[in-house]
Design a protein around this ligand. Structure first.
Ligand code: PLP
Length: 260
């Protein structure tokens, strides 16, 4: 049996619900061999982020080089990248190894409010990482930052998706978690058409790490050779089931279940 491999380049969450930990658990559940390049260590639990420690830049490029020298990933995702220096080196390395199937989760601010990307890094994200992304998966506040547009309606979301597409991402997936209404609609734009992925909204405070888990599931499915729409449909079912199955861990914003 061929073992497909996926690499996550992201931050560590000591609480185990988001970041590298959520990515690896998701890869495992979806039957893909997971590898990591850690960009930052966070001291974190369900109550919030207590500390952020970026890994020295040489340490990040060396982790990617170690993987590039031996273990070609079938798909790669980026999560928390924290600053422009990290974004530049990560983008250069991905290009150097000609890795395709790149899922960019433009992690900016944790649900508790802690900044996971410095403001000075937004331009670097647009200029270096977006042009090589197979798909970018912003939530609504992140799509507002990337497009410079306020988003209130589905039409606003479509306009923002077109603007972000024009920055170079081949597919733009704007998630609906921060919108209102009973239906949860995620909107995909592939440059030609819009596709809506709809599900029932689940009201819970335990959604820590859902963005990481969703983008990791897309990455796993792309690694297995699924096309973007198939990968998103499977990832959407995976995250829906994960949120429904409330683990009730910790006294703050708890993690979702990662079991398939
Ligand atoms: N911590 C790390 C290291 C992350 O990569 C992410 C991803 O978005 C988060 C925290 C965010 O967690 P939350 O879902 O609570 O916003």
């Amino acid at each position: 049996m061929k073992m497909y491999k996926a690499l996550t380049i992201a931050g560590s969450d000591s609480g185990g619900g988001a970041g590298i930990q959520a990515d690896l658990k998701t890869f495992q559940e979806l039957g893909v061999f997971g590898m990591t390049a850690i960009t930052a260590i966070t001291a974190q639990n369900t109550l919030g982020v207590q500390g952020v420690y970026p890994v020295p830049i040489e340490g990040i490029s060396e982790q990617i080089d170690s993987i590039g020298a031996d273990l070609t990933p079938d798909a790669v995702k980026t999560g928390m990248l924290f600053n422009s220096e990290i974004i530049k080196v990560v983008s250069e390395k991905i290009k150097q190894y000609s890795w395709t199937n790149l899922v960019v989760d433009p992690v900016m601010i944790a649900k508790g409010g802690a900044p996971l990307l410095q403001e000075e890094a937004i331009d670097a994200l647009k200029h270096f990482l977006l042009p090589i992304a197979t798909v970018i998966t912003p939530n609504i506040p992140e799509a507002e930052v990337l497009s410079g547009q306020k988003i209130q309606s589905i039409n606003d979301r479509k306009k923002a998706a077109e603007i972000i597409f024009n920055l170079g991402a081949k597919n733009v997936m704007i998630k609906g978690g921060h919108s209102e209404g009973e239906a949860m609609i995620d909107l995909l734009f592939d440059g030609n058409e819009f596709f809506q992925f709809e599900s029932k909204r689940i009201v819970t405070k335990n959604t820590h790490g859902t963005g990481c888990t969703f983008s990791a599931a897309i990455t796993a499915e792309l690694a297995k050779g699924k096309n973007i729409r198939e990968a998103i449909a499977i990832a959407k079912d995976f995250i829906q089931a994960a949120i429904e199955d409330d683990l009730m861990i910790g006294s703050g914003h708890g993690p979702t279940n990662h079991w398939a």
